[in-house]
Design a binder for this molecule. Structure first.
Ligand code: FMN
Ligand code: ATP
Length: 176
């Protein structure tokens, strides 16, 4: 596990957002900004817990929009104090949902932000319900584009593949 920024410790605690965040697209930015606002309100550090490579790249060979260095840079640029990157390899996918919950406790998250469909742990056994029995969990609302379609890394990968760069950039909110 690599940790960028030392603001978030067990003692200091944090408000945390968790996810693959490949591309750090406009949907991701919204959830991260909400998390930062809450951390400012509570007067504690903000943190993002993410994975390298993104689980979809590991399991389904999806194209990676942002290599880890660029992903961390984008997340920091949004104003996040600490970025935690777990190495997503075969051994890591064997960690159970309970082990992952225990991993998080090293950063004492006071509140956590995820999407409603967030899953974690071996065979995706953990869900928001389970996480909520341990932490205060905020479920982010889904952000859509102007045409009303959900913004996702998968959608942006498709646009890039078919040469629709301009549309991809609009959904990403970053230049490519
Ligand atoms: C410890 C751990 C183990 C995981 N094991 C699996 C797995 O066995 N199969 C799978 O499809 N995804 C697995 N995942 C990936 C999650 O399903 C999910 O993609 C990840 O938590 C990121 O959330 P997000 O997809 O909402 O961004 C695992 C995640 C974690 C944290
Ligand atoms: N459009 C969106 N609006 C709000 N939250 C989002 C949006 N897309 C993803 N999220 C949330 O951001 C976190 C990271 O999501 P993830 O990186 O898996 O998103 P994704 O774009 O759907 O990726 P993929 O298409 O590869 O599955 C999750 O908690 C997820 O629910």
């Amino acid at each position: 596990m690599n940790v960028y920024g030392n603001a978030c410790t067990k003692e200091a605690g944090c408000v945390m957002a968790i996810g693959a965040f490949d591309g750090v697209h406009r949907g991701h930015q919204e959830i991260i900004r909400k998390m930062i606002r809450k951390s400012e309100l509570l007067g504690i550090p903000s943190a993002v817990f993410t994975f390298d490579p993104p689980p979809k790249a590991f399991f389904r060979a999806a194209d990676v929009l942002t290599p880890v260095g660029e992903k961390v840079r984008r997340i920091k640029k949004l104003g996040v104090d600490t970025v935690i990157v777990a190495s997503f390899d075969r051994a890591y996918t064997e960690r159970t949902a309970s082990q992952f919950i225990l991993d998080l406790s090293a950063f004492s998250p006071r509140e956590i932000y995820v999407g409603g469909d967030f899953r974690f742990g071996k065979n995706r056994a953990g869900d928001v319900g389970l996480l909520s029995t341990h932490y205060i969990v905020n479920k982010a609302e889904t952000i859509c584009c102007d045409k009303g379609a959900v913004i996702s890394s998968t959608r942006i990968r498709g646009l890039m593949k078919t040469g629709k760069r301009k549309e991809a950039v609009t959904l990403l909110g970053w230049p490519v």
